[in-house]
Design a protein around this ligand. Structure first.
Ligand SMILES: *Cc1c(COP(=O)(O)O)cnc(C)c1O
Length: 381
């Protein structure tokens, strides 16, 4: 089976992890700050907080922004469930903004209308989470401006887009948001096995996220209430936090992978351009690339008629296609909260036709020809 995504691990990556295993620290050593520095340098953000998953990063981002009971969090339906779940972790209510039919990203027009209605009703969201679906950046200039105008905070879910840029600036620099979150799951652009990171330019948000990832405990005397005359053992819990720490083995892998980030994305672009050419005469909708955005190309989603049959034919032919995403609000858990089919029709229509073709840095041109051959047979049968 040709997988839709997979990790690309080098001998250097293996040696980096092995070096940690032979060192004094498997966790809470020097590798995590080293990886955080690399992410901060790459994104241009002043702070990077590495954690054990993007889900954890989204959670501590919401905590840092003070999301709590009575608050409202908005995201898109065309995402992984984690983007919505984190609102519930904080006790907030969650709602969705539909996507644009061409980019599959949060629709600024739908957001503007929903914000205007919410302002009138006196129930604006505290936070909105646009998702950089498939590696392409949402229209952050428009989304950021709308959010600012209504006093709403913004977290970018950039799980698909480490290494991408938007209007010439690296994603993660938070030019139009408070916090940006990345995922390093093996199918994403670079990997730490499990892992994630939050970036911000706000020192106070960074401080709160650092506390939240490690039990709310600090060893920084400046943050303590009773630091005077205490011994070197002393630490203080000053907030409620979790154990969301990244290990040094993971961070060493991530730092090693960062050295190849540009190569990974360049390879994805070569393969995507090749799909564009090879698929141009088939009856399907290819993904559009916005001129505003240099995509990390996490996914190559096409839209086809008769999706279920085409999907099954591809799987039978050994092509590990997948579907991104089942609209979050249509899962039984969310329907039990009052959501239903029909509420976000653009995301639903996209879902009914979407198939993600294999795309990753180790995909060969021969693999790709096999995918195109199988797709051609399925669509012309
Ligand atoms: C993968 C993903 C997540 C969750 O990432 P983890 O690192 O697995 O927690 C969140 N949002 C989106 C859009 C994702 O693709």
């Amino acid at each position: 089976m040709i997988p839709y995504g997979r990790q690309d691990i080098s001998e250097d990556d293996i040696r980096a992890v092995e070096a940690v295993l032979r060192s004094d620290f498997l966790t809470q050593g020097p590798a995590v700050p080293g990886f955080e520095d690399a992410i901060a340098r790459r994104t241009g953000a002043t702070h990077a907080v590495a954690v054990n998953s993007a889900t954890s990063a989204l959670h501590i981002a919401c905590m840092a922004l003070g999301v709590g009971p009575g608050d409202l969090l908005w995201t898109v339906p065309n995402t992984f469930v984690a983007s919505a779940n984190v609102g519930l972790y904080c006790g907030a209510d969650v709602d969705f903004v539909d996507i644009d039919p061409d980019t599959y990203l949060m629709c600024p027009k739908a957001l503007a209308e929903k914000l205007a209605q919410a302002a009138q009703a006196g129930r604006l969201p505290k936070v909105i989470i646009p998702v950089h679906y498939a590696g392409q950046t949402a229209d952050m200039a428009a989304i950021g401006a709308l959010a600012r105008a209504h006093g709403v905070r913004v977290i970018e879910d950039a799980s698909h887009s480490i290494g991408a840029s938007y209007r010439g600036a690296a994603v993660g620099g938070c030019a139009h948001s408070d916090i940006t979150v990345f995922s390093f799951h093996p199918v994403k652009i670079i990997t730490t096995a499990e892992g994630g990171c939050a970036t911000t330019n706000d020192a106070e948000l960074a401080r709160r996220m650092v506390l939240a990832r490690s039990h709310g405990v600090t060893r920084d005397t400046a943050q303590m209430q009773n630091a005077d005359d205490q011994g070197a053992w002393y630490y203080e819990q000053i907030a409620l936090g979790y154990n969301y720490r990244m290990t040094d083995m993971q961070a060493a892998l991530g730092l090693s992978q960062m050295a190849r980030l540009d190569d990974f994305i360049a390879r994805r672009h070569i393969l995507a351009r090749r799909y564009d050419l090879l698929l141009q005469d088939l009856p399907l909708v290819r993904p559009v690339q916005s001129p505003d955005s240099y995509s990390a190309l996490h996914l190559y989603p096409v839209q086809v008629q008769d999706r279920a049959r085409v999907f099954a034919a591809l799987r039978t032919d050994g092509i590990g296609v997948n579907v991104h995403y089942i609209p979050v609000h249509t899962h039984p858990f969310w329907r039990a909260k009052g959501f239903d089919w029909g509420m976000f029709p653009v995301a639903e229509a996209f879902y009914h036709r979407a198939i993600s073709l294999p795309l990753h840095s180790r995909l060969s041109e021969a693999d790709q020809d096999q995918v195109v051959g199988a797709l051609t047979r399925a669509l012309t049968a």
